[in-house]
Design a protein around this ligand. Structure first.
Ligand SMILES: NC(=O)c1ccc[n+]([C@@H]2O[C@H](COP(=O)([O-])OP(=O)(O)OC[C@H]3O[C@@H](n4cnc5c(N)ncnc54)[C@H](OP(=O)(O)O)[C@@H]3O)[C@@H](O)[C@H]2O)c1
Length: 335
């Protein structure tokens, strides 16, 4: 006992340093580990598959595109900023060793841009197997798009609604097509302002964000019925909540100086608690890749698991009401 005590006394510095290193490595390993469900699909290849990912130049979209490229898919980065997306495509090609990675211009805040994108895709590709409606903005101040809609509503939801509808003919040509819509757990707090979906009165940036994410869930769920009515059995739609992920999504909120300072001070803790973009992409990738996920059609996924929606959201009437409202809004714009 005395020997041990004197050893500790004589080697205090080394013991403290060793312990800090050991726990540091354990914490970092724990922080960077993958979801065990995701590990199961690690070796699945996607040769011959064609995938579109919106907003793929950064964050979760970038990591999704990189993973699908590594699996051998042809990957189309659908982005609004061509310089950034060109850089992202080059990086993905280098990291994946797959040269079938290309960029196409898509600005979801413009219906004309969405139309042009779809015409180009349908002319260039016989089929699309995977569509990841990933692009999004959060909590930005009120802005109206060229089409007259709230910027968050159109970017996050209405734009993706139109995109999916216009690509339907190409999606139909795949033998196992997946549509994955990125939503958020914050849907739990959301409701839809049926009589003022653009929130022209009492605008709340956060409420608009959560409303747009709830719309994506209702849209996903109704797609199942819509496709069945059209006799289309090969397309399955999933909504995915990626968890809280350290990306550039909060860039609008960070214009607030106090939040910027707080983020700087607490960065190590934020880094530790939030998921990395790669971890945030795991659930999207899982829904794109996992074989036989088809029975779970229309489901909401979190942590690579089908997850029950809160009862107030699992509502057929709202699904139909939103679908009809969205179609009418697009018709009013002659889209
Ligand atoms: N991060 C989280 O904690 C979290 C949580 C729940 C849900 N999500 C959802 O996950 C998705 C990806 O978010 P992220 O965290 O990866 O954010 P991010 O790093 O900010 O990436 C968002 C992407 O969307 C693109 N985008 C924005 N407006 C667009 C438009 N009008 N047309 C086309 N692309 C546009 C951005 O392009 P630019 O680079 O040109 O701006 C960027 O590529 C979003 O739908 C988000 O709501 C994220």
């Amino acid at each position: 006992m005395e020997n041990i005590m004197s050893f500790i006394k004589n080697n205090q510095k080394e013991i403290i340093l060793g312990s800090v290193l050991f726990f540091g490595v354990v914490l970092i390993k724990r922080k960077l580990r993958s979801n065990p469900q995701f590990e199961l699909i690690k070796n699945i290849r996607l040769n011959e598959k064609v995938a579109i990912i919106t907003g793929a130049n950064t964050g979760i979209g970038y990591e999704t595109a990189l993973d699908l490229a590594k699996r051998g898919a042809t990957v189309i980065l659908a982005c609004r900023n061509m310089n950034e997306s060109q850089k992202a495509a080059e990086k993905i090609k280098r990291q994946s060793g797959n040269s079938n990675v290309c960029i196409e211009k898509l600005d979801l805040a413009s219906f004309e841009s969405i139309r042009n994108f779809c015409s180009k895709i349908m002319a260039d590709y016989k089929k699309i197997d995977i569509l990841v409606n990933n692009a999004g903005i959060a909590s930005c101040p009120k802005q109206v798009t060229v089409d007259g809609f709230d910027l968050q509503l159109q970017t996050n939801y209405l734009g993706h609604f139109l995109l999916t509808r216009l690509l339907l003919e190409s999606l139909k040509q795949s033998n196992d097509c997946r549509v994955v819509n990125l939503t958020s757990k914050l849907y739990e707090k959301a409701s839809i302002r049926w009589n003022d979906i653009n929130m022209s009165e009492n605008y709340s940036p956060m409420e608009m964000y959560t409303q747009s994410k709830l719309c994506l869930i209702l849209f996903t769920n109704y797609m199942k019925d819509y496709l069945r009515q059209l006799g289309i059995g090969n397309i399955k739609a999933y909504s995915v909540s990626p968890g809280f992920v350290l990306t550039e999504l909060s860039r609008y909120r960070e214009k607030n100086l106090i939040l910027k300072i707080l983020k700087f001070i607490f960065y190590p803790l934020i880094w530790y608690l939030l998921r990395t973009p790669r971890q945030g992409a795991e659930c999207s990738i899982y829904c794109c890749v996992k074989p036989n996920l088809v029975e779970k059609e229309g489901f909401y996924f979190r942590n690579c698991e089908p997850t029950k929606l809160l009862p107030h959201v699992d509502n057929k009437n709202d699904e139909v009401r939103l679908w009809n409202l969205s179609e009418n809004l697009l018709k009013e714009c002659n889209v």
